[in-house]
Structure formats: structure tokens, C-alpha cells
Design a protein around this ligand. Structure first.
Ligand SMILES: [Cu+2]
Length: 173
């Protein structure tokens, strides 16, 4: 173990004495979308910034708009883009930002309780491991374009790798 490692450990132990607070977490550029008014699922995207001194994680989401909100990412498997739930949630490092965007990390809103129509506003409660809960209002923007090469359809998904059985092939994140 190097001196630097020891110093790092000592510093992080000191930091961990200070509690992380929700005000250390800043959300920017949040929007949500659903592929159509009859889509069974939607997704939400945003930039999550950690202005604090403590690494944190987004571990869960609560919302009245979906019965099963999940934290997802996209992976490539045998040349096919697939989505998968991220166990343990998304890391939000101290002083860093985690980008949730199309084709990458996203909040999957599975089993929508109502249609997500363009112009609607949905409420999401983000639950962080250290910072606690943060409730935000997120506009539904179904006209926003994803990253150029990131447009994919969930019909590419292989049902064997994840259970999206409640979804139609109509979602396009
Ligand atoms: Cu997903």
C-alpha cells in the first residue's frame, strides 16, 4: 500500500464523517419521453451533478407515473444494443456529473400508470444512497431527438436477457 493510497483512505474516512446532503446534488436538463401515447413504458434523462465531497449513488426512483421505475443502461452484446438494469444504481462521484442520456444510462419508467404526453410534467423522487431523497419535476418532451447514432428500438432487445415482457415494442429510448 503506497503512502498516497494511505493518504487517500485517511482523507476519505475524514470526508465520510461529514454527511452528504441533498443540496449537494444538482439536476440539470431533465426530460422524459415515451415513444407514443399507448407506450407501456417511458424513460427519463438528465445530468446529475454532485457538488459535495462524498461519492454518492442514485439507487432508486419513485414516481406515480410508473409502477416499476428502474435504473437501466444499454450494453452491446453480439453487436446488438440491449438494455439492462444496473444493480446498485448509478455512481455519482464527488465533484462529478453522471449523464443520463439516450442510448446510455437512463431511468426506465416501466408499467406506466398513465400516458406520458408531450408537454406533461411528471414528478420523480430520486433516492440517493447518501444524500437521501430529491423530488424533481420533469417535462415530457417527446419531440427531442436522441444522439445521432444512439437511436435504437427496444424491439432489438432479447427477451432472454431481461424482463421487458410488460413492454410493447413501441418504446424508443
Ligand atoms: Cu431501459
Amino acid at each position: 500500500m503506497t503512502l498516497k493510497t494511505l493518504a487517500t483512505i485517511a482523507i476519505s474516512m475524514l470526508i465520510s464523517l461529514g454527511a452528504a446532503q441533498a443540496q449537494d446534488i444538482h439536476i440539470e436538463d431533465a426530460y422524459a419521453r415515451a415513444a407514443s401515447p399507448i407506450a407501456k413504458s417511458g424513460a427519463a434523462f438528465m445530468h446529475i451533478m454532485n457538488m459535495g465531497d462524498v461519492d454518492d449513488r442514485l439507487i432508486a426512483v419513485r414516481t406515480d407515473v410508473a409502477m416499476m421505475p428502474e435504473l437501466h443502461t444499454h450494453i452491446m452484446e453480439d453487436g446488438v444494443a440491449k438494455m439492462r438494469e444496473v444493480e446498485g444504481g448509478f455512481e455519482i462521484i464527488a465533484g462529478g456529473a453522471t449523464i443520463l442520456e439516450r442510448g446510455s444510462l437512463h431511468i426506465m419508467l416501466m408499467a406506466l400508470t398513465r400516458p406520458m404526453l408531450h408537454g406533461d410534467v411528471i414528478t420523480l423522487t430520486l433516492i440517493f444512497e447518501k444524500s437521501g431523497e430529491l423530488t424533481i419535476e420533469v417535462p415530457v418532451d417527446n419531440e427531442r431527438q436522441g444522439n445521432m447514432n444512439m437511436n435504437m428500438d427496444h424491439s432489438n432487445m432479447n427477451g432472454a436477457t431481461m424482463d421487458h415482457s410488460t413492454m410493447e415494442n413501441s418504446t424508443n429510448n
